[in-house]
Design a protein. Structure first.
Ligand code: BES
Ligand code: ZN
Ligand code: ZN
Length: 483
């Protein structure tokens, strides 16, 4: 899909179909060219509603206002509707909004909305949108800064295609995407985009004393990998480490998941897959900050060699962990990879992303990322970027000492589950905090993406299945830090 900007009036741009965004508040008094037809279709310009007028080759899309999160989802809905037709060249005005984010939001919406995962379909869908041309005409008094708009298109293209890159990995089945494959994807990405890459295989993981990660991996025929991707520009403005949970499958282990909870657990690699997507974007955008992406790639299975409830594991940082539930495996993998990341890189910011708990989904709903940290300023940055830039839903969850106490173990330093059924997202975050060293204490933020990373129906700009949760959010956060 080619996306371009032309310094021409909309009517002078050659395309098969025109996309018209309509703000519903002004709709009634507005002069709309296809008023009669729209009336027949009972089109009220409600947010995300569309009406295709074949006679005039226009599609109308409703929005509440021109805020970027509204334009983004509306653009996604429009493109989905267009994909059902045979129109393939499109044009649209630039609809400049207050903070001049309209083009970026529309480009993201178009690319994210057009995404389809068809690897396992015998019949692939036919309509591929060839091109979308933006006109400098904006339908309001403001004039467009052409150079800025072109940069916005290029940037949005990178961010959205990187999100789709992450979606592809997450949607791939556990039989086709196991730790070695995840490492191959990383290696390939590094070659393609000029990143440095180091992959630890089991022997090296053992040398690094990541015994908690190795225990989780033990019963799988697919051996684990620890991936380290590096983006190292000259004179970086900051150093950031990202750590992702890459459980290519989470059966629960011996604390086996009931069947209805096991389906979708191919998506337990969403955090690691998001880290890969972010590294792709960072490399193409050449962000002036040093970024390290770490992924713990592991499969959690059952078998004679499986780790067990009652085991005590010695993690990389020396702390001992009493295993009481083998399904709380993500935090074991992350404990070791977080320790490794801190050993390898002294970072100014340390972010981990994980589909860590069902409790987070219960607590904040399936569309929202839960954000935790020791330092409210560190997490606030990400929350604000979510609200103001990326449009992803985020909310803070606060730590407290009473929940911390629920992780005490009688026989080891800490237990891998808490002794209460409440506050599971927070107790999981508190478990991770035990593996953050003094230097990184206030630089670390944990993102629980268990809800939004994989939803089995369409929502907003996302399709059914993997959403690429966290990619836009963290790329925007990194850009913010680079400023
Ligand atoms: N991968 C799951 C968390 C999860 C649940 C992600 C639903 C996406 C959707 C994680 O490894 C897990 O099983 N967590 C347990 C923790 C419990 C044993 C303390 C959970 O949430 O039930
Ligand atoms: Zn689990
Ligand atoms: Zn898991």
């Amino acid at each position: 899909m080619k996306i371009q900007l032309k310094d021409k009036k909309l009517k002078d741009i050659d395309a098969q179909l025109e996309i018209v965004f309509v703000v519903n508040r002004d709709f009634e008094d507005l002069f709309v060219r296809d008023a009669k037809e729209l009336k027949k279709l009972n089109f009220k310009a409600e947010q995300d509603s569309t009406a295709l007028i074949v006679g005039s080759d226009r599609i109308y899309v409703g929005v509440d206002d021109l805020k970027s999160y509204n334009l983004r989802t509306a653009a996604a809905k429009a493109i989905k509707a267009i994909q059902l037709t045979t129109y393939s060249t499109l044009k649209v005005a630039s609809y400049i909004n207050e903070d001049e984010t309209s083009i970026e939001a529309m480009v993201e919406g178009f690319i994210l909305g057009a995404y389809r995962f068809e690897r396992y379909k015998s019949e692939k869908s036919k309509n591929v949108i060839e091109s979308i041309t933006f006109s400098t005409q904006s339908f309001n008094a403001q004039t467009l800064d052409i150079q800025k708009a072109k940069e916005a298109i290029a940037k949005a293209h990178v961010v959205a295609t990187s999100t789709n890159f992450t979606r592809d990995i997450v949607n791939t089945t556990p039989d086709d995407c196991y730790p070695e494959v995840l490492a191959d994807i990383a290696t390939h990405l590094a070659k393609e985009q000029g990143l440095e890459c180091n992959v630890l295989k089991p022997n090296e993981i053992k040398e690094q004393k990541m015994e908690a990660l190795l225990a989780v991996a033990r019963a799988s025929r697919h051996k684990p990998r620890v991936i380290h991707l590096m983006h190292k520009p000259k004179n970086p403005k900051a150093v950031v480490s990202l750590v992702g949970k890459g459980l290519t499958y989470d059966s629960g282990g011996l604390s086996l998941k009931p069947s209805e909870h096991m389906v979708t657990m191919k998506a337990d690699k969403s955090g690691g897959s998001a880290v890969l997507g972010i590294m792709r974007a960072v490399a193409i955008l050449k962000l002036p900050i040093e970024v390290h992406g770490f992924v713990g790639a592991v499969e959690n299975m059952i078998g004679g060699d499986a780790y067990k409830p009652d085991d005590v594991l010695v993690s990389k940082n020396g702390k001992t962990i009493e295993v009481r539930n083998t399904d709380a495996e993500g935090r074991l993998v992350l404990a070791d990879v977080l320790a490794y990341a801190q050993q390898e890189v002294k970072a100014d910011y340390l972010y981990d992303m994980a589909t860590l708990t069902g409790a987070c989904v219960v607590g904040v709903g399936e569309y929202t990322i839960g954000i935790m940290s020791n330092d409210s300023k560190a997490s606030q940055t990400i929350v604000e970027v979510g609200h103001e830039v990326s449009g992803e839903l985020v909310t803070k969850l606060d730590f407290n000492r009473y929940l911390k106490a629920t992780l005490k173990s009688n026989i080891a330093d800490i237990c891998n589950i808490s002794n209460t059924r409440y506050g599971g997202a927070i107790t999981a975050g508190l478990f991770l905090s035990e593996f953050i060293d003094e230097n990184h204490k206030n630089k670390w933020v944990h993102l629980d993406i268990a809800g939004p990373s994989f939803v089995e129906h369409e929502w907003g700009e996302n399709p059914a299945g993997a959403s690429g949760a966290g990619v836009r959010l963290i790329v925007a956060t990194l850009e913010h830090l680079a400023r």
